[in-house]
Design a protein around this ligand. Structure first.
Ligand SMILES: [Zn+2]
Length: 340
């Protein structure tokens, strides 16, 4: 089969890889209908995370089940499925508490390489959610978004305790930040402040429900949020970048008693204990337990209640995956969808 492989920073290729096969009785093999490039794929692509030899890429996927192992009971060949970027049994104590990305049997999908024609999904019964019918073509991008960026933005809004009447600020205007805006709107936030300095992303944020746009960053961005909230700061802030600056911006933009959710993969973030002590903010985040939200998100997308697929502004054949990485790296695209 064809699949993307990252060789070195800036060097991603589509080449022939071995067809995946059922290795354990709980596996499923799916034929990928759509996959995509994640903001987190750009960290190794940019050389910020080390690349140790040729690495299959991709952890966001929707597809059709081709084959299942003999212990798979609920997922069947022919079903259209969405899964999270982490495989989970969905039965252990941690999963049942809603933290499937810390499942005691967790396996990351990334190293298996979802930017490909086929994918082996471990723990198929716990990981995959089947759609009721074969979805129409126009909702497939939305279902693909549910696999990671929508689920991550949703977790951000939930972890930041977004509720009706609250003021929410979102730091980061990538796909996760934009979909955190959508989630905050769905959860009934009264005011949603999107922090963005890109006109096209501001436009989508407003369409997804943002009420205010703040273009300033760092301390100036914090000052703007305070201006907009009677000097208090937001009740809920979603941090969707993962840098020191964005994390401190999120903490400082939150009012005492408020909630910060951090869903951008942290790179080199160090929190000052004394400032944290006096900030009086709640902190919660981490790799989003997308699986917790998938059944609801699949329903919201297939019923066309929400349209998260609009974050994909570039669609390419799988063989042109390298252009998808380039376009996202150069910020010419928010998010690239790949069709095998
Ligand atoms: Zn589990």
């Amino acid at each position: 089969m064809r699949g993307t492989v990252l060789y070195a920073p800036g060097d991603v290729r589509v080449e022939t890889r071995d067809d995946p096969r059922v290795e354990r009785p709980t596996d499923a093999i799916i034929r990928i209908v759509a996959a995509c490039v994640c903001g987190s794929d750009l960290w190794p692509y940019r050389g910020i995370e080390p690349v140790s030899g040729p690495t299959p890429m991709g952890h966001e996927y929707v597809g059709v089940v081709e084959e299942v192992g003999n212990q798979v009971t609920t997922i069947r060949p022919g079903q259209f499925v969405v899964g999270s970027f982490a495989a989970s049994d969905n039965t252990c104590e941690i999963c049942r508490a809603g933290y499937q990305t810390s499942c005691v049997h967790r396996e990351w999908i990334g190293p298996l390489g979802a930017q490909a024609e086929y994918l082996r999904v471990p723990l198929a019964d716990g990981t995959l959610v089947a759609t009721p019918d074969r979805p129409a073509g126009d909702v497939i991008p939305g279902l693909l978004a549910a696999s990671d960026v929508l689920g991550t933005g949703w977790f951000g809004a939930v972890a930041a305790e977004v509720q009706p009447g609250k003021t929410v600020a979102v730091v980061g205007d990538g796909a996760v930040g934009l979909l955190a805006v959508l989630a905050a709107r769905h959860l009934g936030a009264e005011r949603i402040i999107a922090m963005s300095r890109h006109a096209d992303r501001q436009k989508l944020a407003l369409e997804y429900g943002a009420t205010d746009i703040v273009t300033e960053r760092g301390d100036d961005g914090v000052a703007r949020i305070k201006d907009l909230t009677d000097g208090f700061g937001a009740h809920s802030v979603v941090e969707a970048v993962g840098t020191q600056e964005s994390m401190m911006q999120a903490i400082r933009a939150t009012r005492p008693g408020g909630h910060v959710a951090y869903v951008g993969v942290a790179h080199g973030v160090q929190l000052p204990g004394e400032e944290l002590f006096y900030s009086h903010v709640h902190l919660h985040g981490g790799p989003a337990p997308v699986r917790r939200f998938l059944p609801e998100l699949v329903d919201l997308v297939t019923s066309r209640t929400i349209d998260p697929g609009r974050v994909f502004d570039l669609t390419l054949p799988l063989d042109q995956a390298a252009e998808g990485y380039r376009a996202m790296d150069e910020r010419r695209a928010v998010k690239a969808l790949l069709r095998p």
